[in-house]
Design a protein around this ligand. Structure first.
Ligand code: ZN
Length: 436
């Protein structure tokens, strides 16, 4: 047999670079785990029904943010915000451009400058580099999904396996971004997980795409029994996903690694908007889990003040001792400071976009129903809107914020051509407008 294989050679090259000083010897590694479509309120950690023992174990060793808010209820742009620290519209229509127009650095690029290795392990088609451009700055971006028009995802076990395999080859500090698509619809957990939350429902509706479609498309309203059953299947998927996180979390040394678990957005089970996320700014859709453990984070602390996903990158960079780009809109949430509203929007490149500004206790919402406010303390389910006027100030501030970023935007990234199969898959998920 010949010499060492390519993996062993890469490992040796990393060790040599580290010994020669080209890679930093110190500085914690960073692992960002994103659970696509997992809302906070379904997790038992946040008062819901889904048990997640592995996530709970991490939370016991780190900080848990009670109110972590997504700025955009769709996959590609929410992740761009998470990794760059700037609002979605600063990135422009990344799914259409298949990349960001923002030239400011992401967490991955900043860490890369400091000598960190970087790996992205992707679980679903919407974060493929050719669909979203999120591979920018990564040394390694593993976004293979089955080439099957009816299945766009890689199961969690496989994602964990690939992530562990990549991490084990890294002797020096690294940043890993690990994305799991399993909680996204359809809700089809294994039978043993579905049984955990069985509601006694005996009807025929399942969590399959075919069964969910009449509700999702707005024609049909689920009965209370159907709703509880479908939500139990979603919760079961989350518990099943948690089990698959075990091998990854076990492979990480928390003494020298910062680990983040969060989500890009949640899922709607109410407000006449069923089993979907793209059009909603309710807390069910934008309030996500956020847990961070490792160097720089206390153990077993619950943070009450709200945090936006744009705060993740500056917080993690600061904790790792890496530079925070001055243009990042988020802040290191460990520092006490003035509370700021978290701004969220639905896709502004479609016909009707909704906008919300959320404080710890109040949400103002501008959507097709007009302008309303919600008392998040006394009405956390957001069922009793009260009338609000003169919200123009909020949208004007938002427009001014966006304007400041024009100097760091280019007209459009060079988008790779999509294959017809990929285009069809993205269209079936709603990420490309239907053909007229
Ligand atoms: Zn998503």
């Amino acid at each position: 047999m010949g010499g060492p294989g390519p993996k062993a050679q890469a490992f040796r090259a990393d060790v040599e670079m580290q010994l020669s000083g080209e890679l930093p010897k110190w500085g914690p590694s960073i692992v960002i785990i994103s659970l696509d479509t997992v809302n906070a309120e379904t997790l038992a950690l946040y008062g819901g029904i889904a048990e997640t023992p592995n996530i709970a174990k991490l939370a016991a060793r780190g900080v848990l943010v009670e109110q972590a808010i997504s700025h955009f209820p769709e996959t590609c742009l929410s992740h761009w915000s998470m990794l760059s620290g700037v609002l979605p519209e600063v990135h422009g229509n990344a799914p259409a451009n298949r990349g960001s127009i923002y030239t400011g650095p992401t967490l991955v690029e900043i860490a890369g400058e400091a000598g960190y290795r970087s790996g992205g392990i992707i679980g679903g088609i919407t974060l493929q580099d050719q669909a979203c451009g999120l591979g920018r700055g990564f040394d390694h971006y593993d976004d293979r999904v089955p080439n099957n028009p009816r299945d766009f995802t890689r199961p969690a076990d496989q994602v964990s396996k690939n992530a562990v395999s990549w991490i084990k080859q890294r002797p020096g500090p690294y940043v890993a971004f690990v994305h799991y698509f399993d909680a996204h619809f359809p809700y089809t957990p294994k039978a043993e997980y579905a049984a955990m939350y069985a509601t006694g429902y005996s009807g025929s509706v399942t969590g399959s795409d075919v069964d969910l479609k009449p509700f999702r498309d707005g024609g049909q309203t689920p009965t209370a029994e159907q709703l509880a059953h479908i939500h139990s299947l979603y919760a079961a998927e989350i518990t099943q996903l948690d089990a698959a996180l075990g091998p990854l979390l076990d492979a990480i040394d928390l003494n020298n690694t910062i680990v983040v678990i969060t989500a890009d957005h949640g899922e709607s089970f109410g407000h006449d908007y069923w089993f979907n996320h793209r059009e909603g700014l309710w807390d069910q859709v934008i309030r996500v889990p956020l847990i961070i453990a490792g160097p720089g984070f206390e153990s077993g602390v619950r943070i009450q003040d709200q945090v936006g996903l744009i705060d993740v990158a500056p917080t993690v960079l600061a904790a790792a001792g890496l530079p925070v780009d001055a243009d990042m809109m988020g802040r290191d949430f460990r520092q006490q400071g003035q509370a700021v509203d978290v701004l969220s929007i639905t896709d502004p490149w479609r016909e009707q976009s909704a906008f919300s500004a959320r404080s710890n206790t109040l949400k103002v919402l501008i959507d097709s129903h007009g302008q309303s406010g919600f008392d998040l303390v006394n009405d956390p389910q957001e069922l009793a809107p009260f009338e609000m006027k003169n919200l123009d100030e909020h949208t004007q501030i938002y427009a001014q914020i966006l304007k400041r970023y024009a100097p760091r935007q280019v007209s459009a990234p060079t988008a790779p051509e999509l294959s017809p199969e990929r285009e069809e898959q993205l269209r079936s998920l709603g990420y490309i407008a239907p053909e007229r």
